[in-house]
Design a protein around this ligand. Structure first.
Ligand SMILES: Cc1cc2nc3c(=O)[nH]c(=O)nc-3n(C[C@H](O)[C@H](O)[C@H](O)COP(=O)(O)OP(=O)(O)OC[C@H]3O[C@@H](n4cnc5c(N)ncnc54)[C@H](O)[C@@H]3O)c2cc1C
Length: 260
């Protein structure tokens, strides 16, 4: 089964929720009127103001819930390291696998027929062992010890926009592992559709004009920061990918910051 990501729900008007939280800091309005009379332009201007100021606690007044399937346990093991997001994962204790369990095959294995054949055989052997262990009375919670990282799983993720921004920064980076990177881009596309103003500059740090990765200079996106047109073409950046910062503006801002 292929990766599938759906945005199950999100807080109503998440951009407005952020703007209202921010207005509470900057406006003399009382609490009953703090959320009144917003225009979309005002909401976006307020979001941009707090975003650019790094006042990102305002982004925490939102909630996005994603449903994810067709991913490996290797992915979810990495995913749950992000401590500000909440998870519910399909249980291998309560759900016994019948027959061949679903598993993810990395493209690098699919591309090598001999290795792929051995991989499939190994998965079949594991499934046989698992069935035999269950039949012999081994509890599912113990039989699952034999299931591999490749075993397919399903997970629900809930996070606020700030936690998502952190996640997108680390996991859309070319340095991230391919499967979690695909997930991060899929989630980013959905989040951006639901709340464009919150996620307009979301993505790896190169989207915002810098790169801390030691192997950054080897990355095609590293060039994006300096020569966006050529590198965009070379890197085959997908249309729904995050917007790129204008390198000249970034350079000017950096110069101004250093000078100031
Ligand atoms: C390319 C890549 C390679 C990786 N390789 C490995 C690896 O080889 N081995 C491995 O074990 N992990 C690895 N990781 C996982 C990594 O170490 C982090 O656990 C994961 O990326 C989550 O990052 P985080 O802790 O910043 O995120 P979160 O848990 O989402 O936290 C977000 C931010 O909140 C703050 N925060 C959260 N908790 C605390 C706390 N307790 N105290 C203080 N501040 C806190 C920090 O500012 C943190 O950056 C890798 C990650 C990436 C992206």
């Amino acid at each position: 089964m292929a990766l599938k990501v759906v945005l199950l729900s999100h807080s109503p008007e998440p951009e407005r929720a952020v703007a209202t939280a921010a207005r509470n800091c900057y406006s003399p309005r009382d609490i009953e009127t703090i959320d009144e009379n917003w225009t979309q332009e005002e909401v976006e201007a307020m979001v941009a103001r707090v975003r650019d100021a790094g006042h990102l606690s305002t982004f925490e007044h939102t909630m996005f819930t994603f449903g994810v399937s067709g991913v490996s346990r290797a992915l979810t093991h990495q995913l749950v390291r992000h401590r500000h997001m909440s998870y519910e994962q399909k249980s291998q204790r309560y759900i016994k696998v019948k027959g061949q369990f679903e598993f993810i095959t990395p493209p690098s294995i699919s591309a090598r027929p001999e290795i792929k054949a051995k991989y499939d055989t190994l998965m079949a052997q594991i499934a046989d062992f698992y069935a035999e262990a269950l039949a012999a009375g081994t509890p599912a919670e113990d039989a699952r010890f034999a299931l591999p990282n490749a075993a397919e799983t399903q997970i629900v993720i809930t996070a606020n926009a700030r936690a998502l921004l952190d996640f997108f920064t680390l996991r859309t980076c070319n340095n991230a592992q391919w499967e979690i990177r695909e997930l991060a881009f899929a989630m980013l596309r959905l989040a951006k559709r639901a709340a464009p103003a919150l996620f307009v500059r979301a993505g790896a740090t190169c989207v915002r004009g810098y790169c801390n990765e030691p192997n950054g200079p080897e990355c095609p996106r590293y060039v994006v920061v300096r020569n966006p047109v050529a590198a965009r073409r070379r890197a085959g950046v997908d249309e729904d990918g995050p917007e790129r910062s204008n390198p000249e503006i970034v350079a000017d801002q950096q110069t101004a910051a250093l000078a100031g």
